[in-house]
Design a protein around this ligand. Structure first.
Ligand SMILES: [Zn+2]
Ligand SMILES: [Zn+2]
Length: 264
């Protein structure tokens, strides 16, 4: 499998610290085949989380050219999927020449569940996770302007629970619907390796990635979700070791939202 980092955030995201060039230098240092920038745009959290897309392309295009003999640099975006912002998100994605788009569930019913403790009041963990996967199913069916679904089980990072694990057996019917919809629409999943830090496995975990493959899914990217340059490329080798035996021939890469190569 090629070693890529297809999920990185720079100073163009409000929660990230490094300049894009620092990311590229780190990716070259770690010997990656490709790096893709995927700074945030979440209309539901405006104005803070809106991407300044003109400035973003103006900063990244010269770097792509400067380092073209050393590493492939792609320009992508991570868009938050929420039904209220569907049209604006679609317009944004088609207004700029993005190579790659991650679609992620960062809100449930317009609520930032990562930052809003009241979201969890009066609900069981099972209910919260069900709401999350239902929102995902709705958005994956409704949206077309993305290439892979970001961090499938991101919700496991949050909530006032001692045991943050997800009851996959309980939620599998909805997750299967998500996978089947992605496959039918020619879209993929990412392995978000940021999960290794806290959970010792990626998001999604091995069994869920395997399930996606068994249902026919072949489009797979890997990304660190790095918010600082030194994290670029971390855990990619572990992820290839662990997920590499599922059957995917390779990771998928994109140019102008078209697949460069993908597994059989
Ligand atoms: Zn995200
Ligand atoms: Zn991200």
């Amino acid at each position: 499998m090629r070693r890529i980092d297809y999920h990185t955030h720079t100073i163009f995201s409000p929660d990230a610290k490094s300049q894009p060039e620092e990311h590229i230098l780190e990716a070259i240092k770690k010997g990656l085949d490709e790096i893709c920038f995927t700074d945030h745009n979440d209309f539901v959290f405006e104005p803070k989380w809106l991407l300044k897309a003109d400035a973003y392309f103006n900063a990244l295009l010269p770097l792509k050219e400067k380092y073209k003999d050393q590493i492939k640099v792609k320009i992508g975006i991570e868009v938050g999927l929420d039904m209220k912002s569907k049209e604006r998100t679609e317009i944004l994605v088609r207004s700029y020449p993005f190579d790659f788009v991650i679609g992620s569930i960062h809100s449930i019913d317009l609520c930032d569940f990562a930052a809003e403790p009241s979201f969890y009041e009066g609900k069981t963990k099972q209910q919260v996770h069900a709401e999350y996967f239902d929102a995902m199913k709705t958005c994956v069916e409704a949206f077309d302007c993305f290439d892979v679904l970001g961090h499938l089980d991101y919700v496991r990072r949050y909530g006032p629970y001692e045991d943050l694990s997800i009851d996959y057996a309980y939620h599998q019917p909805v997750i299967d619907e998500v996978f089947k919809t992605l496959i039918r629409k020619g879209k993929g999943i990412e392995i978000n390796v940021s999960g290794f830090k806290r959970f010792h496995e990626g998001l999604p975990n091995y069994l869920e990635a395997k399930r996606y493959y068994e249902l026919g899914g072949r489009i797979l990217t890997m990304g660190t979700d790095s918010h600082i340059a030194c994290d670029v490329g971390t855990y990619i080798d572990q992820a290839i070791d662990i997920y590499g035996d599922i059957g995917f021939d390779d990771v998928t890469t994109f140019t102008q939202r078209k697949i460069d190569h993908h597994g059989v």
